[in-house]
Design a protein around this ligand. Structure first.
Ligand code: TXD
Length: 324
């Protein structure tokens, strides 16, 4: 059996953990690369030595040479600087643009048919940059952020409702920044008691959040979600989150490679959906092996629609700061 080939650029916290999750699920063989000599090789070897214990068959190799990334099916870009306490994601723009721009030129040259999944912050701008630098069609270039913001939202809701985290399907749209847009009406909870008299799990999405929590409680959780990344940065002091981010990246990869068809909030190129024209922004999307299959149009409230527009405008403003 030939497994797909996934290159992960950046063998730091997010990149290395993503590589580990991919091989542990046998989703693909992974090439892990970084600018630091020896580091991806060491981490890859360490991961491979866990294979007899964990029982996975997929291979991970480490390299500093882009030639080894040749003919990848998917490139995940996690290289760049992470936030320090007090920094916003936007503060990383110029430095990470230099790093991501150079990487995309290399990977696109070696894997002209690949999909590109960007993770580096400021996310939406880096996805735009990857699209421009690669010259790939927009459905083959996208980013991970909404999957993470939604996972955080789901976890906070599960804590509040004392249900299992997996019983919550959450939706957070917009750019990956302070203006992200949690969407309670499209966030569903499979709460046993609340489901009494309704069809059981698997035949129904669950109960929409506004039926379960007061507007005040929901707004408090929305705000904690917007601040979710900063909450972790504050604890860690020298780095940002990576467990939930790598899980969220892996969820997207699994959806792409296995064509699972889940609707995942992701940074995709809007071409008029939600009234947003020609900008990368977090919207609900489905994926297949050729990239973005569909942007799903949900009914939003006027407030959410407006917030989404504001968030997209913010991304557009940030893109204009890029010197390509
Ligand atoms: O939701 C999301 N999209 C995010 C994004 C969630 C979490 C983290 N997010 C961003 O991902 C974060 O703000 C950073 O911009 C990236 C990577 O975060 P990570 O925590 O993994 O940072 P590290 O541990 O510092 O790793 C970055 C690695 C490090 O090993 C560097 O040596 C490497 O990137 N690096 C490079 N590799 C290859 N080529 C070049 N030029 C390069 N420059 C740095």
């Amino acid at each position: 059996m030939t497994r797909p080939k996934v290159t992960v650029v950046g063998a730091g916290f997010v990149g290395a953990t993503t590589a580990q999750r991919i091989v542990e699920k046998n989703l693909a063989d992974v090439v892990l690369t970084d600018i630091v000599e020896g580091m991806p090789q060491g981490k890859a070897l360490d991961m491979m030595e866990s294979a007899p214990v964990e029982g996975f068959e997929a291979k991970v190799t480490g390299t500093n040479d882009y030639a080894d990334t040749k003919n990848s099916d998917l490139i995940v870009i996690t290289a760049g600087l992470a936030r320090k306490p007090g920094m916003t994601r936007d503060d990383l723009l110029q430095q990470n643009a230099g790093i991501v721009g150079a990487i995309v030129t290399e990977v696109a040259k070696h894997s002209p048919k690949a999909l590109i999944l960007a993770v580096t912050n400021p996310l939406d701008v880096m996805v735009h940059l990857a699209w421009k630098k690669s010259g790939f069609e927009n459905k083959r270039v996208f980013g991970m952020a909404g999957a993470l913001d939604s996972a955080r939202y789901a976890f906070f809701i599960s804590e509040e409702l004392k249900c299992r985290p997996s019983e919550v399907t959450a939706m957070v749209l917009g750019g990956h920044g302070d203006e992200m847009v949690p969407v309670p009406e499209h966030t569903y909870v499979m709460v046993g008691a609340a489901l009494r008299g309704r069809p059981q799990k698997g035949t129904h999405k669950g109960v929409p959040l506004p039926e379960l929590l007061s507007p005040e409680k929901i707004e408090a959780i929305n705000q904690r979600t917007r601040d979710g990344g900063a909450e972790i940065v504050k604890y860690l002091k020298t780095g940002s989150a990576f467990y939930a981010p790598s899980s969220s990246v892996t969820r997207m990869i699994e959806n792409i490679l296995k064509e699972k068809g889940e609707v995942i909030p992701s940074c995709v190129h809007a071409t008029g959906q939600y009234g947003i024209q020609d900008v990368y922004c977090g919207l609900p999307a489905r994926f297949d092996r050729s990239g973005v299959k569909e942007i799903v149009e949900l009914k939003l409230t006027a407030g959410e629609q407006k917030a989404l527009q504001t968030s997209a405008d913010h991304v557009r403003e940030n893109i204009s700061k890029l010197t390509l």
